[in-house]
Write a protein of this length. Structure first.
Lengths: 277, 264
């Protein structure tokens, strides 16, 4: 479990607080989306999960280890893998296998185990065929998958992804999202920063951040039902929810706490049925 | 498309050799190329070209590697051909230069040595992955650990340098394209303006690289990188082809030394 207790963080001693009293509990195997306007502290928050940043005050514990304790930081970084927004800023190796091996090499695993983990991690993200490819010859989507594989090779319990579909075309985005979903179904906890509400709607829980604080926390249905509060901080709704709200505003009897396409279709079909009758 | 220093996947005897043997052989050959008499260097060069072709390295790849150096190759050749004191074949009185047979011969051999060094380097980098190369360098630097030289850190530094180099060029091209897109035409500017533009380009590229390096350092920390001894994906183990290559290199070294004395 990742537990944050009243966490404050300042980048500079005299600077403004990037996090202001964040308390949060993330269970093992949970799929959580972190949303909020730019500069609200999402990236700062997830960097606390694997001790890249340490709280100015408050406490962060991961798997029972306090991130402030230097002796536990190596264990914490093995428990929580971090995928950065730009894979070019994360990939260290010249070839795919070299980069994926970087984490296991740091864990001082024997060569046989490193090779096994590289093969396994590339297989899990479905890019085994890229093993000896030069990083410079990969597409943006492939680089993103290499970055995820590099983290998976350390066999983490959680993966924190900072906008994993940013700058990707729809096909590459879908591929990355499918992999994330698959990892979640394998039991890996996913913490997923996104600006895409349709992506957030597919998770189990959404945490909305604003001005360094947790603004809203709940299931996608609960969060998108509070559309007024979301609009207040400049957030949008998933297109499906937005459509249903517009229908309701025009006087049609539809539910507005719907976030998935299938549920929306059921609503619209039943509505069409009523008009037919 | 070949990029300087890049590895191309393939299968041949050289590919399967231990990277330490390849690195040692390249260093040894480079010393020979620079030290031996011109005719011996010529023989070494022929042997190197044959080795490159036998290992599936196309002449086109060698050409691509030489392309960026073409200007320097021509410059070196002309400097030797035109500034050598020998019996003049052609005189250029206006410039006070003369083209001599000795100069042409000397220019040819200097360029030949240069080409041999490049082919040796291509042969090494094309057939050795960066991680194999780093493992070999780390192995040779290992004795320095007694003097508390951070060998593991040096290996990671080499890896990062190799990784950041193409990014540096991409960043430069990206900025130049952005400048052109906003109507900036360097070709129409004067010399001073060009120097100024170059300096400002360097500053922008460097600031981008520093920012990227900062983020990369954070990502490495996130993947548990610390200043400590690391294990490696590459397992260095000498096998029979390596011993065969060592013997082969030893025999050739003796032949080259003998040839060198024969031609002197």
């Amino acid at each position: 479990m990742i537990l944050l207790e009243n966490v404050y963080y300042k980048y500079e001693p005299e600077g403004i607080e990037a996090l202001r009293g964040v308390s949060l509990q993330i269970r093992d195997g949970e799929h959580l989306a972190l949303i909020g306007p730019n500069g609200c502290g999402k990236t700062t928050l997830i960097r606390h999960f694997n001790a890249l940043l340490l709280p100015t005050s408050g406490k962060v514990t991961v798997g029972g280890h306090d991130t402030n304790e230097p002796k536990h930081q190596a264990d914490i970084r093995s428990l929580v893998g971090m995928v950065f927004q730009n894979p070019d800023n994360q990939i260290v190796g010249m070839t795919v296998e070299e980069d994926v091996a970087f984490g296991p090499e740091n864990l001082r695993l024997p060569t046989v185990e490193i090779k096994k983990r590289v093969v396994e991690a590339l297989g899990r993200v479905g890019i085994s065929e890229l093993v000896v490819r030069n990083i410079e010859n990969l597409s943006g989507g492939e680089k993103r998958l290499v970055a995820i594989a590099g983290v998976l090779a350390m066999q983490p319990r959680y993966i924190a992804l900072d906008e994993p579909t940013a700058f990707l075309d729809p096909a590459a985005s879908t591929r990355v999202l499918k992999i994330i979903d698959k990892l979640h179904s394998e039991g890996v906890g996913i913490i997923h920063i996104t600006h895409n509400m349709a992506e957030a709607a597919l998770t189990q829980r959404i945490v909305v951040m604003n001005e360094g604080r947790v603004y809203l926390d709940g299931t996608p249905r609960e969060i998108f039902a509070k559309f007024g509060m979301l609009k207040q901080i400049g957030m949008q709704l998933p297109p499906i929810t937005e459509l249903l709200i517009k229908l309701k505003e025009s006087g049609l009897p539809v539910r507005t706490d719907i976030v998935e396409m299938e549920d929306a279709l059921v609503q619209i079909r039943s509505l069409a049925g009523k008009f037919k009758d | 498309m070949y990029h300087t220093g890049s590895f191309i996947k393939g299968q041949s005897l050289i590919y399967n050799l231990d990277p330490r043997i390849k690195l040692a052989a390249t260093i040894c050959l480079s010393v020979f190329i620079l030290w031996v008499k011109p005719l011996t260097a010529f023989v070494i060069g022929i042997a190197l070209f044959c080795a490159a072709l036998a290992n599936g390295i196309h002449l086109r790849t060698i050409g691509q590697a030489l392309k960026p150096l073409l200007f320097f190759i021509v410059l070196i050749f002309l400097a030797h051909a035109l500034f050598n004191e020998g019996e003049a074949l052609v005189r250029i009185p206006r410039l006070g230069l003369s083209l001599s047979y000795t100069g042409l011969q000397q220019g040819f051999f200097v360029v030949w040595r240069f080409l041999c060094l490049i082919v040796a380097a291509i042969l090494l980098t094309l057939t050795t992955t960066p991680s194999q190369m780093i493992a070999a360098i780390k192995h040779f630097l290992r004795p320095l650990k007694i003097l508390h030289v951070p060998v593991d850190d040096i290996a990671v530094m080499i890896m990062l340098a190799l990784r950041l180099m193409p990014i540096l060029f991409t960043e430069k091209e990206r900025i130049e394209t952005a400048q052109k897109a906003r109507g900036y035409n360097l070709r129409q500017s004067g010399f001073i303006m060009r120097i100024k533009a170059f300096l400002s380009l360097v500053m922008i590229v460097l600031s981008g690289v520093f920012r990227r390096a900062d983020e990369l350092a954070l990502a490495m920390e996130g993947r548990n990188y610390r200043r400590q001894e690391r294990t490696s994906l590459v397992e260095l183990r000498l096998t029979s082809p390596d011993y065969f290559a060592l013997t082969f290199l030893g025999i050739f070294s003796v032949i080259f030394i003998a040839l060198n004395y024969y031609f002197s």
